[in-house]
Structures are given as C-alpha cells and as structure tokens.
Ligand binder design. Structure first.
Ligand code: PGA
Length: 228
C-alpha cells in the first residue's frame, strides 16, 4: 500500500492536533517521512477551540481531537484511548490511598487548563455532575507547564495519561485513584466531509490507523504503582 506513493515525492501534509497528540504524532511522522522523504509536513499543536477555528477556515488536511465539534460536517475515525487521570505530586497526602471519593477533591488546590481546552471542558463536566468544587489556583495553557506546577507543589490537576510519558518526571508525579476516574475518552482523526483528501493525506491517515495500535504507552496504574 505504502509503495503506491513512490514517485509522489513532493507534496504537503498539513496536520493540526490537540495538545495531547504531540506525544505520539511526531514519532509517527518520523517513520512516515522515512518512507516519503520528499513530503513537507506542517504540524500545528493547539487546543480544541483553535482546532475548531482551523477547521472552519479549512487550514489543514487532517485533525486529531478528542471531541470532534458536532456542528462541523466531519468524517471522524476513532483510534487510541486518551483517558484523563488525576495527577498529584508523588508525596501528596492522598497518594497512598485507594478508592478515593471524588468529594475528597473539594477545595483541593487545582491547576486548570485554559478556556478552549477540551481537557478543561471534560474536567468541568465531571465536576459539575458530581458537584465538586476545586480551588483553582492557576490556569495554564500547557500540559507540560501544569506538570511542572504540580511538581512545584501548586496543586493537583487532571491530565491525559499521555502527558505522563515524557522524560524523567514519573518519579515526581503520581496518579491518584479517585472514583469516576479515569475519564474515558478517545482520539479521533478527522477531516472536513466536503474535502477530497490528497493522496498524501489519505496515505498518512491509513498509516496512522494502521500503526497507532502498535505504539505502546505506559498505563497510569503502572505509574501509580511505581510511585508507591
Ligand atoms: P486540549 O485537548 O488541548 O484542547 O485540552 C487535549 C485532549 O483532549 O486530550
């Protein structure tokens, strides 16, 4: 299949992905571009609100999101899991407990993603459902910055499990075993329904769906074990 593109050495692939997809899309692009070295790739990493705006402007070939906007006519294909977990500093008082009631999050110092973030929307949704009211200490527009703030003792947060992959912080952070978590979500690869994908975009889409299940990620329960 991949050989079909041989000869199609030039072309552009424009991708826009939500913040959590940056942990695997570049790696996938690495192997993809080895097959097709002539392709120019642009990868925009941003939040859901900005992705939605880019969709409306038809700025990219493919999008990766957790919540495909319902009011845009899209083709969406679900692929990997993208669960949200409660993340705390490893020595947090709750870190030794199991089956923590969600009520225990009440009044906890909390670091929240910015407006327009899908992570934020999912967190606020769950907190509204269970009438949890955290104490938002600060809002940050970056998962990485939130991890640093947690490590710095500013509070807890809720992040995609994929954010816990990056280098060297697994000892400083832990996942709390809170009821109703993880919040189950998936990634979708999406494109505008009215759009005819380029050969390159279609080939990357097939590659993504074929290769992503083979990628391995640490599970939060494993990280939680390691921290104990
Ligand atoms: P966000 O999306 O960057 O808009 O929060 C991330 C996600 O939903 O995984």
């Amino acid at each position: 299949k991949i050989a079909d593109l041989k000869g199609t050495k030039q072309g552009q692939l424009r991708l826009a992905v939500i913040t959590t997809a940056k942990y695997f899309v570049p790696r996938l692009l690495g192997s993809f571009c080895q097959h097709y070295p002539g392709i120019d790739v642009t990868l925009k990493v941003t939040n859901h609100q900005e992705i939605q705006r880019r969709m409306l402007e038809n700025e990219d070939d493919l999008y990766i999101v957790s919540n495909p906007p319902e009011d845009i006519d899209l083709h969406n294909k679900q692929f990997l899991d993208n669960p949200l977990v409660v993340v705390a500093k490893a020595d947090h008082p709750l870190s030794k407990q199991h089956h923590i009631s969600i009520d225990a999050l009440n009044a906890q110092p909390f670091i929240m993603r910015e407006k327009g973030s899908g992570t934020r929307a999912a967190v606020l949704n769950l907190f509204a459902k269970y009438k949890v009211s955290v104490n938002v200490r600060l809002e940050l527009g970056s998962n990485e910055a939130i991890k640093q703030a947690i490590a710095g003792g500013l509070g807890i947060s809720v992040l995609s499990e994929h954010c816990l992959i990056s280098e060297g912080m697994s000892g400083e952070l832990t996942v709390l075993d809170v009821e109703h978590f993880p919040i189950k979500r998936n990634w979708y690869v999406s494109y505008l329904a009215g759009k005819k994908l380029s050969v390159i975009a279609q080939t990357f889409l097939d590659y993504l769906l074929q290769e992503s299940p083979k990628m391995s990620f640490p599970s939060s329960s494993l990280l939680a074990q390691l921290a104990k």
